[in-house]
Design a protein around this ligand. Structure first.
Ligand code: GLA
Length: 630
């Protein structure tokens, strides 16, 4: 929110004026505003050529992989999208129409001399699959800017090699979707970060300069609104050219430009970090880029920690423990399950991992709740995910390369300690029962993953922190994007230990969190701790879908982690746009106040925390024990 709007908001509180006159982004809209376009009510599943073949793709490899997906039964288990990544462009023609490399895709040759992917997409569709294409938001692609593999890259004049969407959004999207029949597009962003005037490839005349909109190392030097506006153009074009709405828009700007905060309003899945590598530390790095962003993913728009590397490097057939861990965690995070392996040569053990239906079912659970960290350390993490039927999935991750012991408690699951808890191991199928807590011995890098049943601590409803898929932080109170510091810092594979290492770079720190404050501390108001609740900054508005619950309740106040502490905060609950309840102004240090509302018949709740006056850096507030009950 701009300072001007904040001022209006504050004035609105002081001056009793009709809210329509003083409308600002904390005013209720009565609408769910996270992205619902396209076809991604569940995390997309499929295969992409990049991790398997890099730029060296062709029709035989794509179709071979597609045939294996069908023949192996993986397609029937949900892996539907067959996505071409970079490597298909020949050039942009004089009329602006993109030309396909027919040496690699012979079926694209048409009698009039033009090219079309329609024969390929028709073929994939006849196999019961969907087809994905790769593009770029700037003029030039990642491969053009960063790769020396000239054989895999477009050729021709400078203009002919400008194969990105920039200046061609409508023409290209119409070509990809209306004419060629693709169902998914992945849009990269190297062309708006990697071609400053000083770039050797610009100086040599190879490419036109593009004054960078993204500086991956610096949010301050990134033009976030301009980047968002470019991607929004694609969203709009996709709507225009897909009357049946059967498309997926996959954003690929690697967590830069604060995209982790806004992709949920623009597309169906969005990369939260730079590329994954088949190295343990790098997998942890990618995992961490999504793991504290549960509230920023909902059915329709998912966090994407990048494609699976199961099958390669430290996740190959000689590292099945690591491969299972990688797969289990991606499933728990509701990450798109996009295989990146040459399946034509996959070992049966690897196919069994990718095909584990019990694990896939967690990922594809219709409630769409990304797992929340129930226990967090550099060594062990416990992730809990609430499923549509009220049961839980839980994953216990040993991040270290040594064996260690971990204890799972009823509290981690928000189950009662005095009742039986049943666990089913999703890799072995074995069951066990316990009360209170249970100890596990974990092998190096092992993840244990279970379905869990028990008596819910909250018997007749859900804590909001258990249902992140139904909560949208429409306004999260962040005034200045900050990079998140708590991500595993792996060696950059393409840099070794040159330079000083990878510094915090992914915006979104201070965003709303489930069961933690915006900065990852324990939720507490005046010394009263909450193990369940939503932590968010003041001057925020969260949208909450209500599926038949009749009561909303919470204990509210300024969180003990507040730094500014000067402003009281008022908490309000709206139902379908109408004010249902409002707290008194709450000051830092005041004990938590109950707030509740009858929400019977209400479809959309909005919970708003507003400071009395504008704040440059709003304080954290806590919706302790926030819950919907019957
Ligand atoms: C970027 C993306 C990768 C892949 C390559 C292709 O690096 O992050 O996933 O698409 O471009 O060049």
């Amino acid at each position: 929110m701009t300072r001007g709007l904040l001022l209006l908001a504050a004035t609105a509180l002081l001056t009793p004026a009709p809210s329509s006159v003083w409308a600002d982004e904390l005013d209720p809209t009565g609408q769910w505003t996270a992205y619902e376009g396209g076809n991604a009510a569940l995390p997309p599943m499929g295969w992409n050529s990049w991790n398997a073949f890099a730029l060296d793709i062709d029709e035989e490899k794509i179709l071979g992989s597609a045939e294996t997906i069908v023949a192996s039964g993986l397609a029937a288990k949900g892996y539907r999208y067959i996505d071409l990544d970079e490597g298909w462009w020949a050039r942009r023609g004089a009329d602006g129409r993109l030309v396909i490399r027919t040496d690699r895709f012979p079926s694209a040759i048409r009698s009039d001399g033009s090219t079309s992917f329609r024969p390929l997409t028709d073929r994939l569709h006849r196999m019961g699959l969907k087809a994905g294409i790769y593009s770029e938001i700037g003029r030039n692609s990642c491969g053009q800017i960063y790769s020396d593999d000239k054989a895999g890259l477009p050729s021709g004049t400078v203009a002919e090699r400008e194969i990105g969407l920039y200046g061609h959004v409508d023409q290209d999207i119409a070509l990809y979707f209306a004419e060629w029949g693709f169902d998914l597009i992945k849009v990269d962003g190297c062309g708006i970060r990697g071609l400053p005037e000083t770039s050797p490839r610009v100086l040599s005349g190879e490419f036109r300069a593009f004054p960078p909109l993204i500086d991956s190392d610096s949010l301050g030097r990134t033009d976030i609104p301009a980047v968002r506006a470019l991607f929004t153009q694609v969203t709009e074009a996709l709507n225009r050219h897909n009357p049946d709405k059967d498309f997926i828009f996959s954003l690929c700007i690697w967590g830069s430009a604060d995209v982790r905060s806004w992709a949920k309003n623009v597309g169906n899945m969005s990369r939260t970090s730079e590329d994954i590598f088949p190295i343990w530390g790098r997998m942890l790095f990618n995992l961490d880029s999504s793991s504290r962003r549960a509230l920023y993913a909902q059915p329709g728009s998912w966090n994407d920690p990048d494609m699976l590397y199961v099958g390669n490097g430290e996740f190959d057939a000689d590292h099945l423990t690591e491969a299972r861990t990688h797969f289990s965690l991606w499933a728990m995070l509701n990450a798109p399950l996009i295989i990146g392996y040459d399946l034509r040569h996959a070992a049966p053990d690897l196919m069994a991992i990718l095909g584990n239906e019990r694990v896939i079912a967690l990922n594809q659970d219709p409630a769409g709740n990304q797992a929340v960290l129930a226990y967090d350390s550099d060594d062990v993490q416990i992730y809990a995910k609430t499923l549509a039927d009220g049961s839980k999935a839980v994953a216990i991750l040993n991040r270290t390369s040594a064996p260690l012991d971990a204890i799972l408690t009823a509290d981690h699951l928000k189950f009662r300690a005095d009742a039986n808890i049943g666990l089913t191991d999703l890799w072995t199928g074995e069951s066990l029962h316990f009360r209170g807590e249970h100890g596990f011995a974990l092998a190096p890098r092992q993840t244990l993953i279970f379905r869990a049943n028990g008596k819910r601590a909250l018997p007749n409803g859900y804590y909001l922190s258990e249902m992140p898929g139904s909560v949208n932080p429409a306004v999260d109170g962040i005034t200045v994007p900050q990079p998140e510091p708590v991500t595993h810092r792996a060696i950059l594979p393409w840099q070794a230990t040159h330079g000083t290492g990878e510094h915090p770079r992914y915006g979104g720190w201070g965003g709303a969190q489930a069961d933690a404050t915006p900065y990852g501390e324990e939720l507490a108001i005046a010394g009263h701790r909450f193990t369940s609740g939503i932590g968010v900054l003041a001057n925020s508005r969260l949208e909450v879908r209500n599926d038949g619950f009749t009561r909303f309740s919470a204990m509210v106040g300024v969180d003990d982690s507040a730094r500014d502490r000067s402003e009281p905060v008022t908490f309000a609950i709206y139902g379908d746009g109408r004010l249902l309840a409002r707290s008194a102004p709450k000051y830092f240090g005041e004990s938590p106040s109950p707030i509740e509302a009858n929400v019977a018949g209400v479809k959309l709740l909005e919970i708003v925390a507003r400071s009395a006056h504008p704040m440059r850096f709003p304080d954290p507030v806590t919706w302790g024990d926030a819950a919907l009950t019957r």
